[in-house]
Design a protein around this ligand. Sequence first.
Ligand code: NAD
Ligand code: UDP
Length: 314
Amino acid sequence: MHLRKRALVTGGAGFLGSFLCERLLAEGCDVICVDNFYTGTKRNIVHLLQNPYFELIRHDITFPLYLEVDEIYNLACPASPIHYQNDPVQTTKVNVHGSINMLGLAKRIRARILQASTSEVYGDPTVHPQTEAYWGNVNCIGKRSCYDEGKRCAETLFFDYHRQHKISIRVVRIFNTYGPRMHPNDGRVVSNFIIQALKNQDITVFGEGAQTRSFCFVDDLIDGLIRMMNAPDDFSGPVNIGNPNEFSILELANKVIELTGSTSNIVYLPLPEDDPLQRQPNITLAKERLGWEPKTQLEEGLARTIEYFKNHVL
Ligand code: NAD
Ligand code: UDP
């Protein structure tokens, strides 16, 4: 009999995973973090290593894993376009083979399993804002496809394991999330702009900067993941978790310059292939079913992220 809930976090040494491990420990869970350090680092979790309720396993989830836990949070997958396009075949593998392995584990030990899916399943959306009912507009042969189609196939696998093997699943579609511990070189827009601004270097806006994103602060996102894991069994999702306040990339660049007091100039570079033009979550379902909505707005979240990059990265 286990007094503490045992949670497995795959990708636990990554940006989101490390905050999730922290929160689960704070809530009294026994936490196993599995990571192959492809994009994550020990630095993200080094402060947890002394905690007797935290265990770290170096493992690639595209290979089977045998453990006993009550819950699995499946976050393992590189998230930034630069990282997931670096080895696109591995990106598809981690989403397909990795999900099959984790679902197989959940089936064997009857654990509940949550998938960190993404707003990328909507591709370059023709419906705005995006609701969970929208099927998406995804190019299946482009450079982003390894990630987009990989995550779409993972969702299919989750729902098929649920229907076929009756396992308890949760699927969360995460929209752009930012905060401390973002990888400084992964090319994501918030970390890029903050580092460029702090170094007074040119801010690299792709295209004309008119494309939009809706940015969620990491604490809010983690709260959403935990609420979804604990949701009643008649609610498997998919559910959008993100901040519905939408900004153009140019607006973001100007906000970062203002908050850092930087002397950087904005330069315009070509827009990458298949870069979605707009993205904004409709979070009605999360509000209704999870009582969740984000609490931290962009200026406050950016200020906290800028402090982190000033003190820990530069
Ligand atoms: P991240 O790259 O910081 O973390 C991913 C972690 O997974 C890393 O620690 C990496 O080493 C690990 N990993 C990769 N391949 C693995 C493998 N084969 N076996 C074991 N570990 C492996 O990214 P993140 O931002 O923390 O994203 C976490 C999850 O959330 C990902 O699944 C991502 O697709 C999803 N997500 C993130 C965002 C976002 O804005 N951050 C948006 C949508 C979805
Ligand atoms: N972007 C940008 N300059 C950068 C990095 C990104 O203008 O230095 C743009 C990118 O083209 C995209 C948006 O910012 O339109 C978000 O990019 P990110 O890689 O953070 O995430 P995703 O495209 O997956 O939402």
